[in-house]
Write a protein that binds this ligand. Structure first.
Ligand code: FES
Ligand code: FES
Length: 158
């Protein structure tokens, strides 16, 4: 079947089998491997994307459900050659080890800061509770989100 979707601002068409997930379509048909495929069961958050502005696990959404809708992936977070403040903070805080979980954490953290620019510790932990990391012990990731939040607030204050 053909699925027409807007991905990172661009209209795309993909040919997929009717049972294909949005994640499979992004990675295998549309050449966007940033969203990772770790569990395919909605358990790890590594496939997090926005669907019509709402954070979802792309492995739990059928490609067909994305027909005519707007998808934003980690590849669309910042203009080419630039890092989103959350990405920059992850680098600076040393929150990336193997990197497999990183795109999902970046998307989840960016989503949090979009809705809540000054989250407290509980809000950060809650927002990232659907994302699993096997390497970092989470402390550096939490530090990165705090850093990104303070930088983005500073930027907003001008
Ligand atoms: S691959 Fe989708 S939640 Fe793990
Ligand atoms: S950095 Fe390896 S799983 Fe998180």
């Amino acid at each position: 079947m053909l699925v027409r979707v807007r991905v990172n601002g661009e209209c795309r068409t993909a040919e997929v089998w009717p049972g294909a997930s949005l994640l499979a379509m992004l990675r295998d048909s549309l050449g966007l491997p940033g969203s990772k495929d770790a569990c395919e069961q909605g358990e790890c958050g590594s496939c997090s994307v926005w669907l019509d502005g709402i954070l979802v696990c792309a492995c739990l959404v059928l490609a067909a459900q994305a027909e005519g809708r707007d998808v934003r992936t980690v590849e669309g977070l910042a203009p080419e050659g630039h890092l989103h403040p959350v990405q920059q903070a992850f680098v600076e805080a040393g929150a990336v080890q193997c990197g497999f979980c990183t795109p999902g954490f970046i998307v989840a953290a960016a989503d949090l800061l979009k809705w809540n620019p000054s989250p407290n510790e509980a809000a950060i932990r809650e927002a990232l509770s659907g994302n699993l990391c096997r390497c970092t012990g989470y402390q550096k990731i939490l530090e990165a989100v705090r850093l990104a939040a303070s930088r983005m607030q500073e930027a907003d204050r001008g």
